[in-house]
Design a protein around this ligand. Structure first.
Ligand SMILES: [Zn+2]
Length: 172
């Protein structure tokens, strides 16, 4: 039994050849076509449509690197709330998804030095470090260079993108 850390945000490619790849659970506005992440029914950021005019959309998990940085020292305090220490180093990236939305998420490895902006990335499911996992074998999304995942880019992105994404991102 696969235990996903945030099952409302992503899913496995069950039945597919690559169960290690993650699909993100986004949404699409049925009125104007705007694609967003994560899914919500409160309202389309572009046209204001809401409720039944918003539908879930399973996003490919592919995108391109906008920026990233490696964290070498991580505070265990966020304000007054103690948090579990994330083992360092780890790398945080802003990723522009092929379908339009941007997310901020962890890379699958702790050193971004081999990456450049524009690098094609894929969301994969990786085991959460035991120090921060809620249960053994828990899986969470990490982004990995497409060239390391072993699948061929299909260029769904920038050249076919008609999405006018607002300048914001979601912290995955
Ligand atoms: Zn809309």
């Amino acid at each position: 039994m696969v235990e996903l850390r945030k099952p409302a945000l992503y899913t496995t490619t069950s039945g597919a050849e690559r169960p290690d790849l993650a699909r993100l659970i986004g949404g699409e506005c049925l009125r104007c076509g705007f694609v967003f992440f994560p899914f919500q029914r409160l309202g389309c950021e572009v046209c204001g449509a809401h409720d039944e005019e918003l539908s879930t959309a399973i996003l490919s998990g592919r995108g391109t690197l906008v920026s990233c940085t490696t964290v070498h020292h991580h505070s265990t305090q966020t304000g007054l709330i103690a948090t579990s220490p994330m083992p360092t180093p780890f790398a945080v990236a802003t990723v522009q998804l092929d379908e339009g939305p941007s997310v901020r998420a962890l890379l699958s490895f702790g050193d971004e030095s081999t990456l450049r902006p524009g690098e094609p990335l894929q969301a994969v499911l990786a085991e959460v470090p035991p120090a921060v996992a809620a249960s053994t074998g828990e899986l969470d999304v990490r982004f990995e260079p497409l060239r390391q995942v072993g699948i061929t880019p299909n260029h769904v992105g920038a050249d076919t993108d008609t999405n006018e994404a607002p300048p914001s991102w979601y912290n995955l």
